[in-house]
Design a binder for this molecule. Structure first.
Ligand SMILES: C[S@@+](CC[C@H](N)C(=O)[O-])C[C@H]1O[C@@H](n2cnc3c(N)ncnc32)[C@H](O)[C@@H]1O
Length: 244
């Protein structure tokens, strides 16, 4: 099932107020790690799956990409992308990630930031990405970490005073949909195990080049006291792979 939550008026409004929406990549907690995983963009044809406001598309162009296609299910997200991250080198398309098809050898780099946990199957995406990439091409994506997605509550276990005791992990091997609460709304996400992410890549023919469970930046840890809790469990998983 494809849920287009980002076109929901109140959800979109909330999302638009997040730091990553207002300040772009520097407001995204995992960007410092994601950026390190990216290849040289000079002259590259780039596809961004679930591009949202288009911050990564713009970054690719600023780094010398020849052409970027950003696809997203949400018209509201794409309208904003066209407004704030526009470039003659970027083409935004309203399309579900599950439905994209491109000829073999269409792209040199495929990226996706925090979109795949909204998709039921990762296997399908992997083989489609593999097919449309050129040999030697790069695939880099981030998702909410399987430890973060296992429980639909996606919240700390607290005591009566509200003190955070631990992060609950349960039903880890029961993959599938979770009705979560995000920005005060019910949102469907799909939990997948680490095995699923890694083996789907391997089965599709990719060579995995790096995997990061990013920790907050040192400055964030120093300036925002609550950030210390982000060292207690991983929130994101970032993987880079190459088509051999
Ligand atoms: C958390 S936002 C991330 C946006 C952007 N990649 C970023 O990191 O700033 C997730 C995006 O994925 C998009 N999305 C969710 N499910 C999708 C699907 N099935 N097909 C295409 N886009 C989808 C949403 O509309 C939203 O724009």
């Amino acid at each position: 099932m494809k849920e287009n939550k980002y076109d929901n008026e109140s959800f979109f409004k909330q999302y638009s107020q997040m730091a990553r929406s207002v300040s772009g990549l520097k407001g995204a907690g995992e960007w410092h790690a994601f950026q390190k995983m990216l290849p040289d963009f000079h002259g590259k044809r780039v596809l961004d799956l679930g591009c949202g406001f288009g911050w990564h598309c713009r970054y690719a162009v600023e780094q010398g990409a020849a052409h970027v296609i950003g696809i997203d299910l949400s018209e509201k997200m794409l309208n904003k992308a066209k407004e704030i991250n526009n470039s003659p080198l970027i083409e935004y398309k309203c399309l579900a990630i599950e439905d994209f098809t491109y000829e073999p050898d269409s792209f040199d780099v495929v990226i996706s930031s925090l979109a795949f946990h909204y998709l039921e199957s990762f296997d399908n995406i992997c083989s489609k990405v593999y097919q449309c990439l050129t040999t030697g091409g790069s695939f880099i994506f981030s998702v909410e970490h399987p430890i973060f997605t296992a429980q639909s509550g996606q919240n700390w276990y607290v005591d009566e005073q509200g003190k955070r005791l631990h992060w609950p992990v349960d039903n880890y091997f029961s993959q599938g949909n979770r009705t979560t609460t995000f920005l005060g709304e019910q949102v469907i996400k799909y939990h997948k195990t680490l095995t699923t992410y890694i083996n789907s890549l391997i089965r599709s023919g990719f060579e995995i080049t790096a995997l990061i469970e990013p920790e907050p930046k040192k400055t964030m840890l120093e300036n925002v006291p609550e950030m210390q809790d982000e060292l207690r469990r991983p929130m994101f998983l970032i993987v880079s792979a190459v088509k051999k």
